[in-house]
Ligand binder design. Sequence first.
Ligand code: SAH
Ligand code: SF4
Ligand code: F3S
Length: 472
Amino acid sequence: MERRPVEISQQALERQQQICAQIRTAWEQTGRVPRAFVDTYGCQQNEADSERIRGMLRACGYEITDTEEGADCIVINTCAIREHAETRVYGNVGALVHTKARHPEQKIFLCGCMMGQKQVVARIRSSYRHVDGVFNPHELWRFPELLQTVLHTGRRVFAADQTEGNIAEGIPVVRASTLRAWVSIMYGCNNFCSYCIVPYVRGRERSRRPDEILSEVRSLLSSGYRELTLLGQNVNSYGKDLPDGMDFAALMASIASMPGEFWLRFMTSHPKDATFRLFDTIAQYPAICRQFHLPFQSGSDRILRAMNRHYDRASYLSLVDYGRSLMPDLVLTSDVIVGFPGETEEDFADTLSLIERVRYDALFTFIFSPRAGTPAAAMDDPTPKEEKNRRFDRLCELQNSISQQIHQGYVGKTLRVLADGTDGASVTARTEGGRLVRLPADESLVGQFLDVTITGSTTWSLVGQPAANQEK
Ligand code: SAH
Ligand code: SF4
Ligand code: F3S
């Protein structure tokens, strides 16, 4: 198949690998192993990008550490989704002045979604002079070259003008877990929800080729990964830009039919593109977790229109009803925004009633945060902050009581879990639906699927015991 122009050429990527080798050799000659720290804000896309940044750093000879103190290279991978996320980044980057004063050779880079905004880059350039380099999400594949320039010249580099999205295959990765892996299947977003900054900073939707995805998945499964999460801002539109027409349901089906016991998850789904067929696929394949993260954002049709979401309450509920009719045990989670400009008490009541109707296992709840350059930031917003906070509290109270009731309903049931770690005196595990379960400590369980009988619950997690007579 002919390469699409959005793909960075193999030649260009090989050049980055050569640069990594040059940097590594230069460090080897100093007789010292350099250390690098990568800090990540934001969503799973950023987590996945940070794994690639660590991969490139390791290829450059760096050992990855978990502290900025004394690190030779610091990379802060930023998130722009809400003001709060940005404020935290500014605070933490400001504090690095002191870390760098103690270690003047330290090189500091900022990347990620904040660096996709011109005003942010300008502010870093003028007011954060201890930052050595900036690159936006489209320039991530060129990080080795940027690092080398900074190391050689001592000058600051700004790679933030590129606005065209791309796909770069074969960048090395250092994965955070040996059990769970992120697999990006597409990048960018075309939806322009009126509140959201992502399409501006991550570019247009572009799908990785199925053969690249399937070969990454095969290699993960053969190296023992037990849980894969397919990532994209809107996975349901996977493949729409590909010439050979494989869509998301077909991609899931080809992964889910691979041999071995593993779990397959995906996020995020936009309700306007989620299809009944996708639910059919989930129901058909045991490897696909019966969990669906389906952000509804608001229960009011008026607000959904203002958000430019292209679905309404009734069509959202028909998806939920169809999914539940096929799989009564389907676990649903969602995102919701409180206090969108112009949201009235009546609109908010519609959001509460939708939550009561659907009964999500868990909700990610956000107060609207105006993002410069998005349409919603310019909308009239007469509701006072205190009223938004009160609505937010009411919503959280409702959801907490639902989560608690749902969790109580698990007590006495036997569920399949994947044990993933330890926490003090317990082993932690996740159910197929993504709920956290604590088990009595037995480290030999970590990395295994097992059946667990649920013996207790709280708002946030479950307590269990390995079920008797099971095959491990
Ligand atoms: N692509 C995903 C979500 C990405 S952002 C999707 O469409 O579902 C994750 C969540 O952050 C969104 O679902 C939304 O609930 C929230 N969010 C995005 N922009 C926001 C803003 N300006 N203010 C408050 N919450 C926001
Ligand atoms: Fe943002 Fe909407 Fe795209 Fe999600 S679908 S990333 S909320 S614009
Ligand atoms: Fe944040 Fe960018 Fe993700 S804005 S939520 S890190 S896509």
